[in-house]
Design a protein around this ligand. Structure first.
Ligand code: CTP
Length: 406
């Protein structure tokens, strides 16, 4: 569970998005966090403290005059024990209040009284699009950021008022991802990671093609882990239907040639290239733009193939890669003799690190094990979920960057 041991104060202010806070509370708890809900009076007009108490399993606080605390200081006690205060939804009015350091209700009092270095404040704004776009709100947000407040952004879409635009509170699952990411050490801050993922699809004719069993899960997990580690991430994805990790820029491609073109278009901005894609080695030599039909003779089509360009090997030969400005990482999906094949492949591709795994054991699976091969030898990352492996791998790679390129 990604939030085990974390204690979150979940603050609710007035807004229709309070209904989403109920689900957010449950999502945080499902990831192992303990949640203390604090509500403003306006929030209690939208959702009852009873609901939030039932979901959080703790008494909800909504008044600075609450005498249940022995010292009568809920604003001190509740804020001292928190790993973070998350205000979701955060109204425009509450942002304005925070900005001025006002403290006339328990939640704003707690934000002001929190130890600023050890208890971060995260805001999930929720408001009408005109309120969001208003210069006062934008100005307040900019100042809150300079005060060290983390603003988690807003969604775009239909609003309760009937209008459409920016200002919706992010969905509970999106906020959950952002909170999880927030707690990860930013070991790749300032870096730009380019990841290829998934299979490619080589067309035979307009309705058929050749692909492979890669699910893209490992590459997507690596993109997420790199983003959590503070990198800007561009993900070039072959044909898979996985959701795009939060905060990651995704480019969908089909063929190996499309993947090569997209990689070459983005690699100059990158400081790390991680090639997890299972790129097709060959494509049909002829481009056939009409469906191949059976005929009465029973003759089968005779396909000719040509080899696809090796994306990783080409990038690894570039001047930026050779000079250490771009750190290249390859993957190898093998069926046997993993260490020997991965070691040989690392040398053949000309990359500092190559990560080996057993293809049939990983394709489509949620778990895997990795073998990280470099010039000194091999280190195993034992079997775990792909996300856990990706996080360990990113830590490992970030350590190498610190030594080699930054
Ligand atoms: N790769 C690539 N472009 C290709 C083929 C492979 O960028 N045309 C990258 C993969 O993304 C991976 C690494 O090269 O990072 C190794 O891929 P793999 O399919 O295991 O190796 P191949 O080079 O295809 O060798 P072989 O099929 O002989 O195992």
């Amino acid at each position: 569970m990604d939030l085990s041991g974390k204690h979150i104060v979940l603050g609710l202010t007035g807004g229709i998005a309070c209904y989403k806070a109920a689900e957010l509370c449950r999502a945080l708890i499902n990831e192992g966090a303990t949640v203390q809900v604090v509500m403003t009076q306006a929030a209690a007009e939208f959702i009852t403290p009873v609901t939030m108490q039932a979901l959080s399993g703790r008494t909800v606080y909504d008044s600075q005059w609450d005498a249940r605390e022995a010292n009568n200081m809920p604003h001190i006690n509740l804020s001292r024990e928190a790993d973070a205060i998350l205000i979701a939804p955060c109204s425009a009015d509450f942002m304005a209040k925070l900005l001025h350091g006002r403290a006339d209700d328990l939640l704003s009092l707690m934000c002001l009284a929190r130890p600023i270095e050890s208890v971060p404040l995260l805001l999930a704004p929720a408001m009408n699009r005109e309120m969001w776009a208003h210069p006062a709100t934008q100005r307040n947000m900019a100042t809150l950021k300079t005060d060290g407040t983390k603003i988690l952004g807003v969604g775009n879409g239909d609003q309760a008022c009937g209008e459409t635009g920016d200002g919706r509170m992010l969905e509970p699952q999106e906020l959950l991802q952002d909170v999880i990411a927030f707690f990860h050490p930013k070991v790749l801050a300032g870096h730009h990671v380019l990841v290829t993922a998934g299979p490619t699809f080589e067309a035979i004719d307009p309705v058929r093609g050749i692909t492979n069993l890669s699910s893209g899960k490992m590459g997507f997990a690596i993109a997420r882990a790199a983003q959590e580690a503070g990198a800007k991430v561009t993900l070039i994805a072959g044909p898979v239907s996985l959701p795009t990790p939060r905060g990651v820029m995704r480019i969908n491609v089909k063929s190996a040639q499309n993947m090569l073109d997209a990689t070459l278009a983005h690699v100059d901005a990158a400081t790390m290239f991680i090639a997890t894609a299972a790129v097709a080695d060959w494509r049909p030599a002829a481009q056939i733009d009409r469906k191949i039909k059976k005929d009465a003779s029973g003759a089968v089509p005779q396909l000719q193939f040509v080899e696809n360009a090796d994306i990783l090997a080409n990038v690894a030969k570039s001047p930026r890669a050779r000079s250490g400005q771009l750190f290249c990482v390859g993957f190898a999906a093998e069926s046997h003799d993993l260490l020997a094949h991965a070691t040989a492949k690392r040398a053949r591709k000309g990359v500092p690190v190559l990560v080996g795994n057993i293809g049939p054991a990983t394709f489509g699976q949620d778990e895997n094990a990795l073998l990280v091969v470099d010039v000194h030898g091999a280190t195993e990352i034992p079997r775990n979920s792909k996300l856990a492996l990706a996080r360990t791998l990113i830590q490992n790679l970030a350590g190498r960057l610190a030594v080699q390129t930054v």
